[in-house]
Ligand binder design. Sequence first.
Ligand SMILES: Cc1ncc(COP(=O)(O)O)c(C=O)c1O
Length: 316
Amino acid sequence: MVQDADFVWMDGEVVPWAAATIHVASEAMLRGASIFEGERAYWSAEHDELYLFRHEEHLQRLRQSARVMRMSIPFTDAEITAGCVELIRRHGWRDSVHLRPVVYFGEGDAHAFRPQDIRTGVFILAFQRSSKPSLFSGIRSCVSTWRRNPDVAAPSRVKSAANYHNARLAQVEASLNGFGTPVMLNLAGKVSESPGSCFMMVRKGTVVTPPVTADILESITRETLITLLRDEMGVPVLERDIDRSELYVCDEALFCGSGQEVQPIVSIDHYEIGAGTPGPITAALQKLYFEVARGLHERYRHWLTPVYRQAAMVEQ
Ligand SMILES: Cc1ncc(COP(=O)(O)O)c(C=O)c1O
């Protein structure tokens, strides 16, 4: 992460970047005991406003992760939202922003993971983040030799920092081999997701994506795209297992996530996907996604939280 932020929201207040520290003896440091969210805010020039995209759903997922980890979050959703808004307002950003609320276990007895036995803290990082150039050129992907965490050991449904050891192994391997984001299979040998995004492909006009039981994170972008495909584009969507060999014969493929957005895949393991350029359904979906995120579709305004309007209300 490139540090372009001056402040961090930490345990209820905005502090200078350099003052946002956690002790080396914390469980977050020693055992990766933290959960987090990654969400974006998009600038709308038309509305002169920055919109958090699907912020409520991100908070719901943070609570879902906390529940499985038996963590209790010592702030309400309203307090975390106010923290996100205040952090952005202090920076005055009017461009695409990435937000990362994190809940972590602090110092306590080793393995004292019961909420009452260990200090639990919250911080929020924010930084400006523009889209990757591969959004338009597409990604050359591969199938990782690393398998996705199985639910019976380290559930991918939980957005925990520790899961990203598995993700990092796969991403680094792919990068060293000259590929972009890899596809990960689960232990059953079916397509799961990528280290930081979900997977969709097009076969004969139908979009196919692995089900939430395929060891994936329950992606908010995946759910957004399924809604847009079905309700706005009239494209059928199937949630079912995907075999490895289907990757090599599909017509289009993409990765989706709050950070990754809608990334076309142009080849997998050197097999060209379609014409080897972003496919037509993918390109139309990507365009619609950004329009919705920037508040251009009235029907989906309830997915947006206006940052500067909320900040102005607090100041009054
Ligand atoms: C492992 C993994 N899968 C999927 C996703 C996509 O999830 P979302 O669309 O909610 O950002 C992410 C990104 O957060 C991720 O890290």
